[in-house]
Every structure is written in C-alpha cells, then in structure tokens.
Ligand binder design. Structure first.
Ligand code: KIV
Ligand code: ZN
Length: 375
C-alpha cells in the first residue's frame, strides 16, 4: 500500500494570506490541532522574518508534539542560524531559480546559486538538522537547470527536495511530466508545493503524487498567498478515496480542523467547499434526497462518507424538496401523515421556498401541525 507524507504550511505560507497574522495563542492552537490531525511536518514559521515569528516557532517546538517541526529560511547564513536557534527538526531553505525571479530579485549568477545551495545544505546537515531544499518558481525554471541544482543538493546530503509551483502556472499534465522526470533523475524524496492561481493546486498535487511524489505541502482550507495553496482536506481525501494512497491523517478530524482555522483566520469558507464545506453532504432536490435516503451512494461519491471526515449528512428542505424528505422529517418527529395531508404540507413548503425563504426542520413540523390542526 502506497503512503505519502503530509507537510502542512498553514502557519507559514497560510499566514502569508493577505490580512492574516496569527497571534501566538492562535498558532499554538493550530499546531496542536495539526498534530491531532496527524500531519507529518508542521512548517511553524519563518523565524528570521520577525522577533514574534522566532518566538512562536520556539514555543511550538517546546510543545513536544508528535509532528516534526520545520522552519523556513532563505539561502542566507543569518536566516539559517536564526532558524537553528529555535531547535526545530528541519530547516527548509529556498532560493529563486527561474530566470525572471533571479534577475529581478536576488540578481546572482545561477552557477553561484548552485554552489551556495550545496554549501548551506552541508552547513545544515553538519549541525544535525534535517534539510529540505526548494528551488523557488521551479515550474518556470528550465528543467535542465532544475535537475542540476537538485542533483547537487542531493549529493550534499539534503533529506528531501521540494518542487514549488510558486505562481500556480502548472497544469496536472505538466506537473506529472516534471515530477516523473525528476523522480527518474534523483534518489532523494520529492515534495510538491502548489499554488492555486488557476484553481489547479489540488489537481496538480494529485498529479504529482501519481507521478511518484513522496510528500505533499498543503494548508488547511487552502489558505495562502493570493489564491492560496493546495487544500489539505481535498488532497488527502482525493488520494485516500480515489487512489487508495494513504497518509497518516486522521480524516475524522478534517472538519474540526477546518472550522478551527476558519474561525482563527477569519477567512470564511464558501458552503460549497469540497469535503469540509457546509454543503459538502447536503441535499435539497427531491430526487437527490430521496435517492440518498435509500442509498447514500446514489447522489454522493460513495467512496467517502460524512463520518469519515467528521461531517454530517443534511437533508435540506426548500422549494426543491420532495415528499419523501418531508415525510421522513415528520416521522422522525413522531407524526404519521396520510398522503393527502402530506400533499398539502409539501405544497405549502414549496410556496414558501419559491419566495426565496429557508425552511428548517422545525418549520416543517410547525407547518404540518398548522395544516393538521385545520383539518
Ligand atoms: O511558493 C513558494 O515558492 C514558497 C517557497 C518558500 C517554498 O512558498
Ligand atoms: Zn508558497
């Protein structure tokens, strides 16, 4: 059975979402929840960025969680030294490699970048830390250069290389080809980090795993820079349920984790969010609800149940509601209604629904009581 490792970056890339800055107590709550969820690595922050960030990473390390803790650092000695002082398990170093980013940001010779990458991987390993190396903007970097820099860090002893789709321009096809080529060229494990600029982050991560990637970088609810990162719940459940590829995630905590991050980040989830959204297992249309009441797999994927992810199935009453849903709600409330009464109740509910109003289960019972009282 194939298994991939889950590297969560909610507390680092997720916190780079415009407008989010988690105070220390929020970071601690999220780190504990990620540990309960079973992520393999928590990227706790970027210690060289601010004093508060440094302290937060140190406090998360002190929690002594089962998940390993990682810290981000640029390919700069000062950043790496600060990260080492937090006592994390892993240091994640990154450097731009695409021509556009090198030319407009660090302005270094690209051969010199390879030498520095090797030097700092050796430096980190000599100090007894695990090391991840990211070639930032990998998906816009020439593949030959990518292969050379990754090979060089592999030979320097890196533990894992990361392939970031920094600006979200990969497609499932291009990602599949890239990861396949890198896997053929390298012995070291390969991780992927996908951004969601075209809504493809989950699909690209999934394609990378199909091509042999060993680890996925994700955030809870897909929060992150611009359109965000690959969403933990979507990636994990697509791998589990559609491919039989396992992770260490305790999927029954996915909804609980999503709700916590929704509340602490203030980023509200649309109800139609896959897996964890309010409507992920909700049915209103009469045909669907009737089917689902008989057998859930009629109008749900079937390979995933609400219980698996800590959710609940909901039958919603509205203008699309059918007699079976209404009858079930009434039966559950202890009312047996004849067909004629049920028709009257259904008509009334549809009339209310047509006016754009929501009808709760309690409303259904009240409507039924009024109609039955009139009879
Ligand atoms: O998107 C990106 O390239 C990153 C790196 C720091 C890995 O977040
Ligand atoms: Zn990123």
């Amino acid at each position: 059975m194939r298994k991939v490792s889950v590297y969560d970056t909610t507390l680092r890339d997720g916190e780079q979402t415009p407008g989010i800055s988690f105070p220390l107590n929020y970071k601690i709550q999220i780190a504990k929840q990620l540990d309960k969820l079973g992520v393999d690595y928590i990227e706790a922050g970027f210690p060289a960025a601010t004093k508060g960030e440094f302290e937060a990473v140190k406090e998360i390390v002190k929690l002594g969680l089962n998940s390993k803790i990682s810290a981000l650092a640029r390919l700069v000695k000062e950043d790496i030294d600060v990260a080492m002082k937090t006592d994390v398990d892993m240091i994640h170093i990154f450097v731009p490699t695409s021509k556009i980013q090198v030319e407009h940001t660090i302005k270094k010779d690209r051969e010199e970048i390879i030498q520095e990458a090797v030097r700092y991987v050796e430096y980190i390993k000599d100090h007894g830390f695990e090391c991840m190396f990211s070639a930032m903007d990998a998906t816009r970097t020439e593949v030959d250069y990518l292969k050379r820099i990754y090979k060089a860090v592999e030979e320097a002893g890196v533990d894992i290389i990361n392939v970031p789709d920094t600006v979200g321009v990969a497609t499932p096809f291009s990602m599949y080809e890239l990861i396949k080529e890198l896997k053929e060229h390298l012995k070291v494990p390969v991780d992927v980090h996908c951004h969601n600029d075209f809504g493809l982050a989950t699909a690209n991560t999934y394609a990378a795993v199909k091509a042999g990637a060993d680890e996925v970088q994700v955030t809870v609810n897909g929060i992150g820079e611009r359109a965000g990162n690959a969403c933990l719940a979507e990636v994990v459940m697509a791998l589990h349920a559609l491919e039989g590829i396992k992770t260490n995630i305790r999927t029954e905590y996915l909804v609980e984790t999503s709700r916590l991050v929704e509340r602490l980040s203030g980023i509200k989830l649309p109800p139609n969010t896959p897996i964890v959204g309010e409507n992920a297992f909700a049915h209103e249309s009469g045909i669907h609800a009737h089917g689902v009441l008989k057998h859930a797999a009629t109008f749900e994927p079937g390979v995933i149940t609400p219980e698996m992810v800590g959710h609940k199935r909901r039958i919603v009453i509205g203008k699309h509601a059918g007699r079976h849903q209404i009858k079930k709600i009434l039966e559950d409330a202890g009312y047996a209604v004849d067909e004629e009464t049920l028709t009257k109740i259904t008509e009334k509910i549809k009339e209310i629904g047509d006016k754009g109003k929501k009808v709760t289960d309690l409303d259904v019972i009240t409507i039924a009581e009024v109609i039955m009282g009139e009879l």
